[in-house]
Ligand binder design. Structure first.
Ligand code: PLP
Length: 405
């Protein structure tokens, strides 16, 4: 898959400013097909985890591919409906929301995923067998990676423990709840097929007493490369192994179920770049800093997860490589990259921060009263502005000035 060229990226920044997020539409399509094609002989459905990147134009590209959506809040459900998804294409997987919010989702007609026994009980009490629901289980397998993104372990707030299945079954039987699916999402980094399969086996076992299942949802966890040499999910290997395991399970269960996944990062991470300008080169006694016109307000993953994001100097790609720490302009230690070999950076150069498609714009904020950048989509050879940059007006519009203060 051909990447966007420095020329294309520089054109986007010249036309629409800096800092700026640029997304490559074809890359999103490529990733979708790659994942989908990794599963052979099974009825696989993808529900894109829209919390990774939820611009309406991105959602529409993904919808055209035939994908559904995974929404984690009622607001995301509304954004999905606005983008043109049918309610029955949206899986709503909330955590710790009020029962009122779940009732709103039911009224909208989306697929409901429940991750708490108390909510399951309220759901059964309210709807009996009239509204189906999926149940989110926690198989307690460790998916590796940073503790903030491993959600399958024993003290995670996500899902219902696999050790509480008897309790779950009691609640289901009491209210005659129609359970149409079982779900697990173990974390954001699955490093090998074995971890995934261990979780899957537990879910298959848990599925047997539920007679009306239509699908099994294995969440996500597909890892993409952030730097050369990173261990990435071998999607073809995992796909082949899971397809076999799932086919066997369907035989044992006595019915061909659908196999669902909810990829976020895998679909959009590599499609996105954050382009920033080197404001200053600051040489101290120990370090050469590149200070850029961006920071943790536009890309918080390096600070939040210790994530590595590769940084290139697209204004001077053939410059002599030197060692830099690339830092933001926020009044926090917002280091975007420590001790990086980057072709010589001059003040005014445009740097490209890679893997900024997932959890970059969607986690951005207005700290230090800084504004969010514009978003641009490069698709079929054309650049489209898909979100304007914020203005100061945007961040004060809800503020109320009390007269006389
Ligand atoms: C965040 C999330 C995903 C997507 O995770 P990625 O690592 O971005 O693929 C899928 N399912 C659920 C329930 C999530 O919360």
């Amino acid at each position: 898959m051909k990447d966007l060229t420095p020329t294309q990226l520089l054109k986007a920044s010249k036309e629409f400013g800096s800092p700026i997020y640029v997304y490559h539409g074809e890359r999103i399509e490529f990733q979708y097909h790659r994942l989908k094609n990794a599963f052979n002989g099974v009825n696989v459905h993808l529900h894109y985890a829209m919390k990774a990147l939820n611009n309406v134009n991105i959602l529409r590209i993904i919808k055209k591919l035939g994908s559904g959506l995974d929404a984690v809040s009622i607001e995301e459900v509304h954004l999905g409906l606005r983008a043109g998804f049918e309610a029955n294409q949206i899986m709503y997987t909330p955590n710790c929301v009020s029962f009122e919010e779940i009732k709103e989702a039911v009224a909208l007609g989306v697929i409901i995923n429940i991750d708490n026994i108390s909510i399951l009980d309220q759901f059964g009490h309210e709807y009996g067998n009239t509204v189906p629901c999926c149940i989110r289980l926690n198989p307690h397998i460790m998916a590796g990676g940073h503790s903030n993104i491993s959600v399958g372990h024993i003290d995670s707030k996500f899902g219902i423990s696999i050790h509480q299945m008897r309790h779950v079954q009691r609640v289901v039987e009491t209210h005659k709840i129609h359970v149409n699916g079982l779900h697990m999402h173990t974390g954001s980094d699955i490093l090998d097929a074995e971890v995934f399969l261990r979780g899957a086996e537990l879910l298959f076992e848990a599925a047997m007493p539920f007679k009306d299942l239509e699908f099994m949802d294995f969440g996500s966890g597909f890892k993409v490369g952030y730097k050369t040499g990173d261990i990435v999910t071998d999607i073809e290997e995992i796909g082949a192994k899971i397809s076999v395991a799932f086919t066997d399970f369907c035989k044992a269960y006595g019915k061909d179920l659908a196999l669902w996944f909810e990829p976020g990062k895998f679909i959009v991470s590599e499609s996105g770049s954050l382009l920033v300008t080197a404001n200053v080169i600051k040489t101290t006694t120990s370090t050469v800093f590149v200070g850029v016109n961006s920071g943790q307000n536009h890309l918080i993953r390096p600070m939040f997860y210790d994530a590595y994001h590769h940084i290139e100097n697209i204004s001077n790609p053939s410059g002599t490589p030197r060692l830099y720490s690339v830092v933001g302009y926020i009044c926090e230690t917002d280091t975007l990259g420590y001790d990086r070999q980057i072709p010589e950076v001059r003040e005014g150069d445009i740097l490209r921060i890679k893997n900024a498609g997932a959890y970059a714009f969607s986690m951005s904020n207005n700290y230090n009263a800084r504004l969010r950048p514009a978003e641009v989509l490069c698709y079929k050879g054309e650049l489209h502005l898909i979100r304007k940059a914020e203005t100061l007006e945007d961040i004060i519009k809800n503020e109320i000035e009390v007269i006389g203060l």
